[in-house]
Design a protein around this ligand. Structure first.
Ligand code: DAH
Length: 339
């Protein structure tokens, strides 16, 4: 019996010594000290011993049990602290290591231009209005004094859903909604997408952006219109810019003009960007036609106003010297990254 206990002790201590993980350790603990363990079984055999032998062997048995327990306890501590060290080691963060650069997006150049234009007009006390991209032909044509025979109504130019519902061909219908719904005086700009049945090329796209402007009050003159547009152009292109107003025809304004800015590249002396003209057309404008005012329910004997509409792509191309409209819609990051 003594020998048996000694063997258990040697075997157990060795096995415990060799354990390298908590699972093996747990198996050993159960194996020796558990209810069905080897040591427990040996101790159970004590009852068969003689009276003399029992206390002696009992003492040995206790010693063995104590040794095994001690060995288990210190092994447990060692394994746990090794596990903790490993966890700490695994979690080490090298704070000197350079990080991964996250690519940061930015606003599309057209949105940047739209925001800048809105900011300039808001600074002059204008409200920003959002119009509708789908319009009835009344708002897109009739209310703007484009009669039934007007060529812009042709299906070659306009996208029709039904004979009466179209994708707006310009932002001017937002003038009419504003006049119908807002109280006077009015000072607004309305940015947004417009649609024309055009083929895509370097200067045309079936979808592009405009900003409409409208001011209605008493005693508004063409001089106010010129002053506002010059102030806008200076803030957008820089102080050196000058404007040229050329008489033009629009059905919804009278008188009407097209406006050219002095070329931002050559400042008016002539270059390839302005095709040697020194000036480049950027917008249409005029004094709101009395018929348009009356149709929207405004007394044209008391109120006047001016309106203008400009192409956002055009302005952006001029400002940054971009020569192909398609670049705006291809979403090539190499292009977009430059703005
Ligand atoms: N709607 C015109 C166009 O798309 C631009 C325009 C011209 C707007 C004169 C106006 C204006 O408000 O007064 O070509």
């Amino acid at each position: 019996m003594r020998e048996k206990l000694e063997n258990i002790r040697i075997k157990a201590l060795e096995a415990i010594q060799d354990a390298t993980d908590l699972k093996t350790f747990e198996d050993l603990r159960v194996n020796y000290l558990g209810k069905k363990g080897e040591l427990t079984a040996a101790l159970r055999g004590m009852k068969d011993l003689s009276k003399e032998e029992r206390p002696v062997i009992g003492q040995v048995a206790n010693e063995v049990r104590e040794k095994v327990e001690q060995a288990l306890a210190s092994k447990k501590e060692a394994l746990e602290s090794a596990a903790q060290n490993k966890a700490l080691q695994d979690e080490i963060i090298d704070i000197t290591m350079s990080g991964k650069k996250m690519p940061v997006g930015k606003l599309h150049p057209l949105d940047q231009t739209l925001e800048e234009i809105q900011r300039i007009f808001m600074g002059m006390g204008y409200e920003v209005i959002s119009g509708r991209e789908v319009e009835t032909s009344y708002y897109n044509f009739d209310a703007l004094n484009l009669g039934p025979q007007h060529p812009a109504r042709d299906e070659q130019d306009t996208f029709y859903f039904t004979p009466d519902i179209v994708l707006r061909t310009c932002t001017s219908p937002s003038q009419v909604h504003t006049m119908e719904n807002q109280s006077l005086p009015i000072r607004m700009v309305a940015p947004g997408k417009v649609y024309r049945s055009d083929e895509v090329d370097a200067t045309h796209s079936p979808v592009f952006h405009q900003i409409e402007g409208l001011v209605i009050d008493e005693n508004i003159t063409f001089g106010d219109l010129k002053g506002v547009l010059l102030e806008f152009a200076k803030r957008f292109f820089g102080d050196k810019v000058t404007l040229k107003f050329r008489p033009h025809y629009f059905p919804f304004t009278e008188p009407s003009a097209e406006v050219d800015v002095s070329c931002v590249m050559c400042e008016g002396s002539g270059c390839s960007v302005c095709k040697q003209e020194g000036f480049i057309e950027v917008l249409g404008c005029g004094m709101v036609h009395p018929k348009v005012l009356e149709m929207a329910g405004i007394d044209s004997t008391k109120y006047q106003g001016f309106a203008f509409g400009m192409g956002v792509e055009r302005l952006t191309m001029l400002k940054y010297n971009i020569n192909d409209l398609r670049l705006f819609y291809e979403n090539d990051v190499r292009f977009l990254d430059q703005f």
